[in-house]
Design a protein around this ligand. Structure first.
Ligand SMILES: Cc1cc2nc3c(=O)[nH]c(=O)nc-3n(C[C@H](O)[C@H](O)[C@H](O)COP(=O)(O)OP(=O)(O)OC[C@H]3O[C@@H](n4cnc5c(N)ncnc54)[C@H](O)[C@@H]3O)c2cc1C
Length: 286
């Protein structure tokens, strides 16, 4: 049941350094705040409470999207709406543009940011699986400077990330897939958020991957799972036995539990179905 918000002090720093100083000084009494689509809802539900919110949206330089040195750099405070419509993302990472368009509804996409999505650590999220398949990294800044984490390092568990207390996300970097390779993402959803999401980056010729694919299952376990490439690399997906082996490997990569999104067996089955569809798409089927 939503409740009136507990009073809090809103800080509006002008630089990442100021955010870090505030974060270090205020410790557990403070949270970063971007679009507020998760944070304020959780506060209204009484699930969490903070004395101080540090607004990162106005910090200059954290919102840009550009391509440089073979990667697309997405500023932490770029919203889903900005990402899905940005010409660099549409051109260089069409799979991410399409995924982002499928996140939530337009009201959430206009306010919600990529950093907020990742930092909240909600297991039923879309971006982490595709970012893992694409080899994306999360760039964070803290009192000791900047560091990068890949998605496996960043996504630690349900509502748990590799962020340290003084750090903020400043950017998400996504390598542009090599020529010839294709990335795709598909999900199945019955509730507000995905029940299962399957992402893959790979290149298929005559039914076989020409390089080790990165097939990732998201939204099922607490963190996205990379399917063992050795189990799928040599498989001929034009052949039913080969395709079946890949789908089995995908289903084995997760350890689902029964919940409102479905039973464990049902989710495992969905993983196989979506993996098959993703691979067919990569192979050029409409
Ligand atoms: C109705 C609804 C439907 C949704 N459906 C989907 C869906 O289908 N798929 C999906 O993937 N997601 C879905 N979401 C989640 C949505 O993507 C997130 O709510 C949004 O991206 C969060 O961004 P925000 O800027 O609002 O974060 P906030 O709510 O402001 O913050 C969320 C968390 O991130 C932290 N944070 C924010 N910015 C930073 C930063 N720069 N560095 C470090 N920590 C930071 C905050 O401290 C907080 O812990 C849905 C959400 C809602 C409300």
């Amino acid at each position: 049941m939503p409740m009136p918000l507990h009073p809090f002090v809103l800080h509006r720093p002008d630089s990442a350094e100021e955010v870090i100083e505030l974060r270090s000084a205020l410790g557990e009494d403070a949270a970063l705040y971007a679009g507020g689509t998760e944070l304020l809802s959780a506060m209204k539900m009484g699930a969490i409470s903070y004395e101080h919110l540090i607004d990162v949206k106005r910090v200059p330089g954290l919102r840009e999207i550009f391509d440089q040195d073979g990667s697309v750099h997405i500023g932490a405070t770029a919203t889903h709406h900005e990402i899905e419509n940005h010409p660099v993302v549409v051109d260089r990472l069409p799979s991410l543009a399409k995924l982002t368009h499928s996140v939530a509804n337009v009201r959430v996409r206009v306010a919600g940011t990529i950093a907020g999505n990742l930092a909240f650590g909600e297991p039923h999220a879309d971006p982490p699986a595709l970012l893992m398949a694409l080899g994306g990294t999360v760039v964070v800044q803290g009192a000791k400077g900047r560091r990068s984490m890949d998605i496996a390092e960043f996504c630690v568990g349900a509502y748990e990330t590799g962020l340290r207390e003084d750090e903020l996300i400043v950017e998400v970097d996504v390598p542009i897939p090599p020529p010839g390779s294709v990335a795709t993402y598909m999900k199945f959803q019955v509730l507000e958020r995905p029940s299962v999401g399957v992402a893959c980056l790979g290149e298929i010729h005559d039914g076989r991957f020409t390089s080790p694919p990165r097939l990732v299952i998201g939204a099922v376990d607490e963190v996205p799972r990379l399917v063992d490439a050795a189990a799928i690399d040599g498989a001929d997906i034009q052949d039913e036995a080969g395709m079946g082996a890949v789908c089995d490997a995908a289903s084995r990569a997760v350890d689902p539990t029964d919940d409102l999104s479905g039973s464990a067996d049902y989710k495992r089955h969905l993983v196989g179905v979506l993996a098959r569809r993703v691979l067919r798409k990569l192979a050029g089927e409409p």
